[in-house]
Design a protein around this ligand. Sequence first.
Ligand code: CTP
Length: 431
Amino acid sequence: MKKVITYGTFDLFHQGHYNILKRAKTLGDYLIVGVTGENYDAERGKLSVQDSLPERIENVRKTGFADQIIVEEYDGQKINDIISYGVDTLVLGLDWKGKFDHLKKYCDVVYLERTKNISSTQLRQEKNTIFNYGIVTDNILENDFIFDAEYVSGIHIESIYSQDERISKTICENLHISYEFNDYKQFLSTVDIVYVGCKLEDRYEYIKEALINGKHVISDSPMSLDTQKVEKLYALADEHKLILLDNIPTVYVKTFNQLLSIANSHVIGEIVNVKCSLPLEELSMYYPRSTYDAMYFIICILTKILGRDYQKALMKTIKNNDKIIYQKIEFDYENSVAYGELTQSIQSDSHMELVGTNGRIVVPNLWWNANYFKVITNDTNNVRRYSTNFEGNGFRYLMQVMMQMIKDKKIESLRLSGNDSVEIIKLLTKI
Ligand code: CTP
């Protein structure tokens, strides 16, 4: 019996899917169809899938071509499937041409012509309201997040605004974005969601104008160092029923939230100590950050882990030739201590560690963007490893949450609320 296998997401099942399954079936006697699992899609950054896994499986089943349906759950599963099911032929659409040639040593690999003029992406675009997304920037280089938004369903990157014409022009040309503006009001009239990614002094006015004009906003943080101003922004957002979010992708990434749950569930006992290091130069590769931004970020993360019931917060700054090279922020709680170190132009690691009465949680390099951590418990000396792949710098996961909030008509993020932001700024300005 000749076995054929093919894979796909099969979202919003369409004629192209039907055709490829039909043709795949004719290439053998027994057809296995691998449908991508929800976690696998999320991990590979495909955040736009509309149908649930059971719906997608049911649609494949209804064609009557599949003799067996399996779920594709991880990278590299194809080899295992081919070996364990004794597959003779792997079938894929021509959009994958060449990508699976390395599997030719296990079975035949056949790429079939795609059906013209149809795709799940196209159907999703027709079905959904598309939100136009605009970017305020003063940085010609750090624009990776622009690409990241493209993976989220329902978002179209429409316009760029910069005070500096040279910056907006260059970004638009390089990234093929439709419109560039140097007039903020005009820019606002073209978009539904604004990302404010510019220097601290300018953020407040841009956010305020955007909210007054009815736009949802994501902003680099802090939005201002004036607590009253930030309170005013959240009040404005509330009044206009708009979403206002800090650009802190880490708190939207699955690995970090898994770490929080494990820390809070006493797996490592009572937390005694949390420490993290952040070399500013390395952080800047992920988000454009000044010292204030990085401090805000550290406070946000430490207080997410241990809460805001600290008794004392201290800050220590060390300079070399008038240049800040080291800053440490420390929180003393009744029975624990948390501290974060921010370094500039000196060597340091980029780890995070949580020490508890019964073990440790260790996040290795680049903890703010890590997809991996380990939990080591004392009693069993057991090491558990947790990993979830995610793509990009995490911005797309933040955007995805925002899109869900828009759909659900919610304006407060459970991950990082307006109140959280205001409290962080109060503390940041106090110390
Ligand atoms: N396929 C096809 N013709 C189309 C669309 C898809 O032959 N017009 C094939 C793909 O090549 C793949 C299988 O159907 O082998 C499942 O594809 P999938 O990625 O689920 O569908 P797409 O419509 O390509 O989805 P998306 O737009 O999200 O990439």
